[in-house]
Design a protein around this ligand. Sequence first.
Ligand code: T1G
Length: 676
Amino acid sequence: MTSPVRTERKDDVLVIISDNPPVNALGAAVRQGLSAGLDEALADDGTKAVVIRCDGRTFFAGADITEFGKAPQQPSLLDVIERIEAFEKPVVAAIHGTALGGGCEIALGCHYRVAARSAKVGTPEVKLGLLPGGGGTQRLPRIAGVALALEMTAKGDPISAARAQEAGLVDKVVDDAALAEEAVAFARQVAKVRPLPRASERDAAPDPQAVEAFVRANGRRFKGFDAPAANIACVVKATETSFAEGLAFERAEFVKLLNGTQSAAQRHMFFAERQAAKIDDLPADTPLRRIENVGILGAGTMGGGIAMNFLTRGIPVTIVDTSQEALDRGIGVIRANYDRSVKSGRFTAVQVDAIMARLTPSLTMEDFAQSDLVIEAVYENLDLKKQIFADLGKIAKKGAILATNTSFLDVDAIAEASGRPADVVGMHFFSPANVMRLLEVVRGEKTAADVLATVMALGKTIGKVPVVSRVCFGFIGNRIMAQRSAPCTEMLLDGASPEQIDKVFTEDMGLAMGPYQMSDMAGVDVGWHRDPNRIETIRDALCAEGRLGQKAKAGFYDYDDQRNRTPSAKTAEIIDAFRAKAGRAKREVSDEEILERAIYPMINEGAKILAEAVAQRSSDIDVVWVTGYGWPIYTGGPMFWANTHGLDRIVAGLERHGVEVAPLLHEKAQSGSIFT
Ligand code: T1G
C-alpha cells in the first residue's frame, strides 16, 4: 500500500508532505510516513532543515479517531512528536486549514511554525471527552501561558493564526497561496540556528489567578463533564513539575478519559452528527437545486429566527405576514437580536445594516413568485397550512422548494394540498430558531430526491445539524418527548412533585431541563383550550389560575423577577386536589421509579421509530435529542445511553410498570445486542 506521506527536496530543505484525505487524520500510515521522512532527512547530510506540511484542505486535523479503542500501532503519536522535537535539524510546520488536536501537537513539537493567514489551530479533544494526549497540555502553557492554554484545552475552540502568532504559538503568518514556499524559505533561514527552540525545555509559569478565574467563569458550562477538569489539571501540572512528569500525568489522565463512558459517548456523537447528513437511499451525487433567495411566511418568533439563519449567511429573505403591525413587530425582533450581537461583538453595526438590507418585508404571498425556497412558519393548524400550500403551489415558480415548519402535523397532507408534493418537505426548526442547531428534515411520501438533498445541504450551510425523519405524529423528537408526559402526570398523582421529577431529568440524567421547567418556559397554556371553567387536567387548573408559566411568573413553579424558580405551594395544592378527586393516596415515589416510568418509555418509542424506519438509524435519534432537546452529549443521546444503561434493565423496568415493550427493544435485550 502506498504511504500517504511523500517527501520533496527543495535543495537543502526536505519537505515531508502528508496527503491523507479528507482531513489528514494522523492514522498509523501517516505516523509511519512521517517517521520515514525524518529518517530520510537524517540520513542525508545535504538536508539542513525539514518542513512538514499537508496537501488537501487541511493540516493534520488530529489523531485518527476511528483508531481509538483498537490495538495501538507503532510509532505512537507521542513517539513521532518526541522525535520531531529532539531532531538535530530544524523542523518547521507549515500550517493551513485547521491544525487540530494531534495536528496542533505535531506543530508544537516542531521547532518553528509558519501559518497561512486563514489557518486555525486548536485542541478540541475536550469535545470528544478527551484531552490533548500528545504533549499538548504540557507544551501549550510553556509557549502561550496558562490562561490561553486553559482556554484552548478545556474549552476546545480553535484560535486564528493571528491570535496564535500574538501568543507565540506561530512564528510567521503568510498569505495562504505562499505557504509552501514561505515555509521552505523560513526553514532555510533558521537552518543554522542552535540550540533549536524546544517547547519542552521551556518553563510554564504558574498563574493561579488565571486558573481560579477560569474555573469560576466556566463552572456552569463544564457541569457534568469529566474532561474539562482533567484538561485543567494537566495544564496546572505543567507549571508544577518537569516536562517528563507532566507528560506522564497527561498520559494517565488521557487513558482514564479514553476508557470512560463519556468519551465513548462524545466520540459516538462526533460520527453520529456526520452520519446524520447521509441519506442511505440517496446517491451522494444527487443534484441540488439552486437556493439563492428564500421566502418566509410568518414574521412571528419562529419565522424571524428562521430568517436570521439565512440573512446571516448572505442569503436574501422575503418575509410575509398578514398585517403591517405583525410585520413591523417581527422585523423589530430580528433587528433587536442583531443589535444584541453588535453589543456582544459578534457583528459590527455596519455588518448588521448589510444583513438587514437583505430582508424584504411584504404583505403578499405573490412576492414569493421568484423565491427558490419558501418556508411556511405560521401557527399549527392543518386546514390553514393546507390552504397556504394550495396557494403556494400556484404562486411559486417551477423548481421552487416548498417547506413547512410544522412541528407535528401531517406533511403528506400538506404536500398533497400544494398540488406539487414532490417539491414539498418539512423543515422543522427549534426555538430559538437562530440558535438551536437541530433541523428535522421531514421527508414526505413524495418528496423528490433533489429536494431532500438540497435541504440537507442547505441545513449544513446555515450551520444546522439536519436529521431526516419520515412523516409521523411529532416526527422523531416530539414523538419521543410525548412519551414522558402521561407517566409524569401519573407520578404527580402518585406523590412525586414537579421539582423531584425535574431533578431526575436534570441532575441525574444531565438534561438541560426537566419537563415542568420546559413547560413553564414554553408556556403552560401551549395547546390550552382557553376555557377557565373547563378543568380536566392539572394544566387546566394551573391555566385557570393564570399560572401560565415564566411569562406569568407562575406555572408549575413560582418565579421571581430574575426568573429564578422555587417550588410552588399553590401547584402542590392543585395536585393534591386532583389526587383526592381521583381517590388516590399519596405515596413515596423514588427517583429510580421516575427514571423507569419517564425515561424508559422514551427509549421504547425510539425503538418503535427505528422499526418503522421513521429514523434511518439510532444515532439519528441521539443527534435529534442532543442538538434539539438538551440531552447531555456526554451520555451520547437516548439510544446510546440505553445501550450503556442496559437494554435488559430497561425492558424489565417497562414490564414492571405495565408498558408494552417494543418488539425491537425486546429482541435486542434478549439477544444481548445494542442499538447501532
Ligand atoms: N479522525 C478520523 N476521521 C475524521 C477526523 C479525525 N480526527 N476528523 C474528521 N474526520 C472525518 C469525518 O468523520 C468525516 O468523515 C470527514 O473526515 C470530514 O469531516 C492525541 C487524542 C477537521 C474541522 O477533534 O472537527 O487528536 O463523514 O465532515 O465539516 O491529542 O472534521 O466524510 O466519512 O467534519 O469540513 C482531535 C475533528 C482528535 C477534529 C473538518 N481532532 N474533526 O470539518 O468535515 S483527538 C478533532 C473536525 C486527538 C490527540 C488526540 C472536523 C474538521 P465522513 P467533516 P468539516
